[in-house]
Design a protein around this ligand. Structure first.
Ligand code: ADP
Ligand code: MG
Length: 715
């Protein structure tokens, strides 16, 4: 009898090299093996006749190799061809030519006389029907034929050093020897569709397509349910923690809003109310604020901050970059100092208080009066306690995520706002939320997240949405242009500069730490300076020292500099309303979400804005991708399209999400199942927050098990 917890080396019949290959795939136990799910299935009951036309859908065919050949082209490159004949060939049937380019291992595996199963798209090449790089499997006439053929056959994810048939036979044999009721079904009754043991057997070797569908649904639901239970448990953890209400009466907020040069949008008002409600509650707030670039999240953050400091607490405002922190600092000082608020900034490069007081003290200090001490680094620190020094302490601390580290601690932190959350990871967020006493946490993101992802990656947060733009906004026109049209584009840029506007030129440097890239950016900058002479131009990139960076930004904001040639350091948050034109070079190298984010730097004032995407490649993919931005300026639509084009990987940032990787479910295609799983998990926790009921004990185990998987995933 085989048991699921058994290690594979205990099954003596698995050869050692195979064990090693399996281990490389992360498969060590019987359970790992059986949850290595097929990525698709082939119906090998009966193969279709060879096609005589091309097709866009891949098909599965079976035939005999009647000829092989190896040809060279372009010097060292090789094409290997295998010509397949249908088994019941007749006068009308046409052979199929399978071709592989530069894959010499294929040539070693295929020989005349063999029978092959191939899977791919048939294409017409001249008069021949060809399949390029089909997946293939050699049929060997052994006793295992019934495992691999005359059935719906599983095809597994790529398995280096392990053929499909070896993997399939191994799984088959393990299933044969498996204990009868080995798998516990960890699903609530309302999600029930069969039991897990059957589902596992069926997903590998289904009787028919219908039962395969049922089995898959069961497994996807189990996976999603486990994930949602983990999320719900995280959520409930903060819910049941006793926090402190951090909400003042609102006079300060009132004053601030009255002094604003604009009226809040309805969406902003609604969101401020939601936050206010959370601040007033005595469990910790954990809220995600989503709003497209330029939708006005900063005033919402400020409103929350004012409520917190009015109640006597400190508030922290964290930005992902130095530039952005400096900008927030400037904006907040302008607006809040007249109201009497005390602000300070802390970044890796600079610590400055307008009341010159380091605000961080060791967590272990006794409360007491302020006194100067020397910390381990010999720097004098003035330690204060909130009880006695309320009047000197900064109320609002602005900074980069340096605020999270450095063993700093706030004496009296009531609210932490994290701007542009997508740049932070879950682990960083956890640093904040796990503090005692728990502060209220508001995370903000301008990268709209498709709904399904909000249910997962940010599933432990409450979500507020600013779904409306301020009304005074000029329109952004986005246009894709081929590089060859540069002269025309330059003419347009000059007209804009002459009429007083400012310009961003964005240059795609991905890895800014590279010396080489800095050189490239500098060269690029020289070119632009000449092109747009005599308008004043400056260069900004990540390697410029912080104080200088700040000066460059200040000159641009003041309008002294007219053109900013920049890397993506300007991507987030920078706000210069007179800069209405953005030219993005090699736009195809950026992702859609990032382009949208970049584009959000313009269209911030009353003037009409223009975003020009210069493309240096003419491929269909590039054209399709960039066209999305021409069509819509709605961040959510961009996010959905981005997701379609790229798949979830990038958006999810699995390492950042702090969730176990999915083995079978697809966040997009199975969104409906995710919703069901989420509802079920939430209702379990709603009725039994600590999972104390006896019928919920199995779910408690599930949560613990999922937590284990998460920690082993996140480094
Ligand atoms: P984001 O949501 O991208 O962080 P910001 O908070 O930087 O956007 O706001 C962009 C600009 O819009 C700022 O100059 C801000 O002062 C302004 N703004 C915010 N709310 C409104 C509003 N309701 N009406 C007009 N302008 C607004
Ligand atoms: Mg912002």
């Amino acid at each position: 009898m085989i048991e699921i917890s058994q290690r594979l080396e205990e099954l003596e019949w698995i050869a050692r090299p195979r064990l090693l290959a399996l281990r490389r795939l992360g498969i060590e136990t019987v359970e790992d093996l059986l949850t290595h799910f097929p990525r698709r299935h082939e119906d090998r009951h009966q193969f279709p006749e060879f096609p005589r036309e091309e097709s866009n859908v891949p098909i599965c065919l079976c035939g005999e190799v009647v000829k092989t050949s190896l040809r060279r082209f372009g010097g060292w490159k090789k094409i290997f061809e295998a010509t397949l004949q249908e088994s019941k060939a007749n006068a009308l049937s046409q052979p199929l030519v399978c071709r592989w380019f530069n894959l010499h291992y294929v040539q070693k595996m295929i020989a005349t006389g063999q029978r092959l199963v191939v899977f791919g798209r048939p294409r017409l090449r001249g008069t021949r029907i060809c399949m390029d790089h089909p997946e293939f499997e050699v049929i060997e006439d052994d006793g295992e034929i019934s495992i691999h053929f005359r059935r719906i056959t599983p095809i597994y994810p790529a398995t280096e050093g392990l053929s499909q048939r070896v993997l399939r036979s191994t799984i088959y044999r393990v299933l044969q020897g498996l204990d009868d009721e080995p798998f516990e079904t960890l699903l609530p009754n309302e999600l029930h569709t069969g039991d897990r043991a059957t589902a596992i057997r069926t997903i590998h070797f289904p009787e028919d397509w219908e039962s395969l569908g049922v089995a898959r649904e069961h497994l996807v639901l189990s996976e999603f349910f486990a994930m949602q239970m983990l999320i719900a448990s995280r959520r409930i953890e903060s819910r049941v923690r006793i926090g402190v209400a951090h909400c003042g009466g609102g006079d300060l907020l009132e004053k601030f809003l009255r002094a604003l040069p604009f009226e809040l949008t309805d969406a902003q008002k609604r969101v401020i109310d939601e936050i206010r409600h959370d601040l007033a509650a005595n469990h910790p707030m954990n809220r995600l604020l989503q709003g497209d670039v330029g939708s006005g999240k900063t005033v919402v953050a400020i409103s929350a901050i004012l409520l917190a400091i009015e109640a006597g607490f400190q508030a922290a405002f964290m930005a992902p970059t130095q530039i952005l922190a400096e900008q927030h600092y400037a904006v907040l000082r302008r607006w809040l100092e007249p109201l009497g608020a005390r602000l300070s900034i802390r970044t890796a490069a600079r610590q400055e208080d307008n009341a010159p007081l380091p605000l961080f003290e060791s967590a272990h200090e006794n409360p007491g009066s302020a006194r100067v001490s020397r910390a381990g680094d010999g720097v004098p620190r003035l330690r204060t306690s909130s009880a006695t020094n309320q009047n000197d302490l900064p109320q609002i601390i602005i900074g980069t995520h340096a605020l999270l580290y450095d063993t700093v601690s706030f004496s009296n932190l009531g609210l932490a706002v994290i701007d542009e959350q997508h740049k932070f990871g879950v682990a960083q967020r956890a640093r904040l939320t796990s503090r005692e006493p728990a502060p209220d946490v508001l995370v903000m993101t301008a990268t709209p997240i498709p709904r399904t992802l909000t249910m997962t990656v940010y599933g432990d947060l409450d979500v507020s949405m600013i779904d409306e733009m301020p009304h005074n906004r000029g329109k952004i026109v986005t246009a894709v242009r081929d590089e060859s049209k540069l002269a025309e584009v330059l003419g347009f840029l000059r007209i804009q500069l002459e009429s007083g506007r400012q310009l961003y030129v964005v240059y795609p440097l991905i890895e800014e730490s590279e010396k080489l890239d800095v050189k490239a950016a500098s060269a690029e900058y020289e070119v632009w300076r000449e092109r747009l002479h005599p308008f004043r131009c400056e260069l900004l990139h990540g390697r410029i020292a912080a104080p200088e960076k700040q000066e460059i930004m200040d000159r641009f904001r003041a309008g002294e500099t007219r053109i900013l040639v920049s890397t993506t350091v300007i991507e987030v948050g920078v706000d210069v309303p007179n800069a209405t034109v953005m030219l993005i070079e090699n736009a195809e190298r950026f992702g859609l979400a990032q382009l949208h984010q970049l584009r959000g730097r313009i269209g911030r004032g009353v003037h009409k804005s223009y975003c020009i995407l210069l493309a240096s490649d003419r491929s269909k993919e590039t054209a399709m991708k960039l066209a999305v931005l021409e069509k819509t300026s709605n961040g959510f639509e961009v996010a959905e399209a981005d997701w379609d084009l790229r798949g979830p990987g990038d958006l999810l940032g699995t390492a950042q999400s702090g969730l176990p990787a999915l083995k079978i479910g697809n966040l997009k295609a199975d969104a409906q199942l995710m919703r069901r799983a989420r509802r079920a998990a939430m209702s379990i926790f709603a009725a039994d927050p600590r999972l104390e009921l006896s019928e919920n004990q199995r779910f408690r185990r599930l949560v613990v098990q999922e937590q284990g998987r998460t920690f082993s995933n996140v480094s």
